[in-house]
Structure formats: structure tokens, C-alpha cells
Write a protein that binds this ligand. Structure first.
Ligand code: PAF
Length: 277
């Protein structure tokens, strides 16, 4: 496994990779969820590239960029045994040189849900992912279902900008008690850790109601909100029952549907979702 920093070094190493290339873009501080994406890429592609870059442009002014957990040595030791060929760990100056002024903005899909609170987040995500796609030129790229809106935004960008890349969205990995794996779970301390399972419990309750025949989307939103209200430490930011592809809120459920939510547990912001088919 080779780890490189500069764009020139990366390009030279990329050119030497044989066959189909799978890219797993990450911001580091890897957990089992990331490792499952890497394993999938290893199964499906001849060569595997992992990028590790904490992308400053997807953090809002009041978000946790400087506190975002980082541990490159730990990340490398976790991915080395998985047969990764090349790791790219660029600096912010490499990705955003002085005078940088070109952005990728996906319009309608970035407005609801996360977009209502993190207004410039997806501009940063789409721009950095487009830059990674240009540098890596992968055949396939792997993302987690936990960031469902991010996956939808990237699929849209790939269609709109004609990237010849297959986007693979892989299942959310969970802790034994249902909490979705996330680098931010590190911030959950003391009673916040147990309280954080309320997202999974609320989503599970809505899914059970759906499976029992409930098709009224507002009833499912209310059910999830009521469950969240039962946890004192939980402050919901949004609770949604939306069309899986357009992310528009539904009245009546028909077809593939995304149940999703963002909730503050203490000072930690968590998101989670279930897909109803
Ligand atoms: O999901 C993430 O970790 C990031 O948003 C991504 C896709 C690596 C872009 O910085």
C-alpha cells in the first residue's frame, strides 16, 4: 500500500494501477462502515484507492472543522490489511490552492433536509468529490447509505456532469444497540451515548408502522417526533418521510421512500435514515 500527498505523485501512482479502479472517498477517522466500503471495492475492482481528506469547504462557520477527529496512523493501520493499493492524503492547499474559485452546485436536491440547516455543505461536498473524481478517474466510487442525501446529490452530479463512474451506495453499519456508525459518535459521552439510540428506535417504530400497513406519511413523521420527544437529551432538527429520489416530503407513501432525521444529542449532531421499499 502506497500513501502519497501531492497531486503529481498521486497522478503518477494512479497511472500505474492496473484494471478497474474503485475509489472510497473518506474524511478519515475510519470505522467499520468505511472498512465495509473498502472491502466491497476490493471485491469488485482490480485496484482500490482510498482518499483521506477532511474537506474544509463542507463545514459551516459554526461547525466542528478544527475539532473533527483525525488519526492518520490509525487509519493506515486499519486499511493496510484490506489490500488497498493507493491512499491519497492531500493537504487543504493542494485541494484549494490560493485563488480557488470554481464550485460545483447541485441545485434542487441540496435544498431540503440537511440543506435547510447546513446551507453550504453540499456545495463543498460536490466540489471536493468532483475534484477527487477528476484526479482518480475511478470506474466505481463507494458511499454509505447513512449519508442518504449526499449519495443522492452525488448520483445527480454524476448524471449532470457525465462522469463515467458507477456510484455504489452501501448499507449503514450499526453498533449492537442500533446506533449508526459515524466518526462523530466519538463525541458522545456518558448518558449521551445511550440517548443516541433514540434515532434508531424512532426509525424502527416508523418502519414497523409502515410494515403494519400505515401509508400516511404525516402519521409516520408524527410517530418519529413523538418518540424523539420521549428522550430529554434529544433535540430534533428535522424529521422526514420523503420520496427516495426527489427527497420531496410525501403525503401518501408510494414507491421507494426515505425516512430520515437529524437530531442533536447534547452538542453532538447525528443523522440517520431507513429506506422503505
Ligand atoms: O462522506 C464523507 O466522508 C465526505 O462527505 C466525503 C464524501 C468524503 C467528501 O468529503
Amino acid at each position: 500500500m502506497r500513501t502519497v500527498i501531492s497531486l503529481d505523485e498521486f497522478r503518477a501512482a494512479r497511472l500505474a494501477l492496473p484494471g478497474s479502479v474503485g475509489l472510497v472517498p473518506t474524511m478519515g477517522y475510519l470505522h467499520e462502515g468505511h472498512l465495509s466500503l473498502i472491502r466491497r471495492a476490493r471485491e469488485e475492482c482490480n485496484s482500490v484507492v482510498v482518499s483521506i481528506f477532511v474537506n474544509p469547504t463542507q463545514f459551516g462557520a459554526n461547525e466542528d472543522l478544527s475539532k473533527y477527529p483525525r488519526d492518520l496512523a490509525r487509519d493506515l493501520s486499519l486499511i493496510e490489511p484490506l489490500g488497498v493499493d493507493l491512499v491519497w492524503n492531500p493537504t487543504p492547499e493542494i485541494m484549494y490552492p490560493p485563488g480557488f474559485q470554481t464550485w460545483v452546485e447541485v441545485e434542487v436536491l441540496t435544498r431540503p433536509l440537511e440543506g435547510t440547516i447546513r446551507t453550504s455543505h453540499f456545495k463543498g461536498v460536490a466540489t471536493v468529490v468532483a475534484k477527487l473524481f477528476n484526479a482518480v478517474q475511478p470506474h466505481k466510487a463507494y458511499f454509505g447509505q447513512k449519508d442518504a442525501q449526499q449519495a443522492a446529490v452525488i448520483r445527480q452530479m454524476v448524471r449532470d456532469l457525465n462522469f463515467p463512474i458507477e456510484i455504489s451506495v452501501c448499507p449503514t453499519l450499526r453498533e449492537a444497540d442500533g446506533l449508526a456508525m459515524s466518526s462523530r459518535n466519538k463525541y458522545l459521552e456518558g448518558p449521551d451515548r445511550a440517548a443516541a439510540t433514540i434515532l434508531f428506535r424512532a426509525l424502527s417504530a416508523a418502519k414497523a408502522a409502515y410494515e403494519a400497513g400505515e401509508r400516511n406519511a404525516e402519521k409516520l413523521r408524527t410517530l418519529m417526533k413523538d418518540m424523539l420527544a420521549s428522550e430529554q437529551r434529544a433535540q430534533p432538527q428535522y424529521v422526514s418521510c420523503a420520496d427516495y429520489d426527489t427527497l420531496e416530503e410525501l403525503d401518501l407513501i408510494h414507491g421507494k421512500t426515505l425516512l430520515s432525521m437529524a437530531v442533536l444529542i447534547g452538542r453532538t449532531r447525528l443523522i440517520d435514515n431507513f429506506v422503505l421499499n
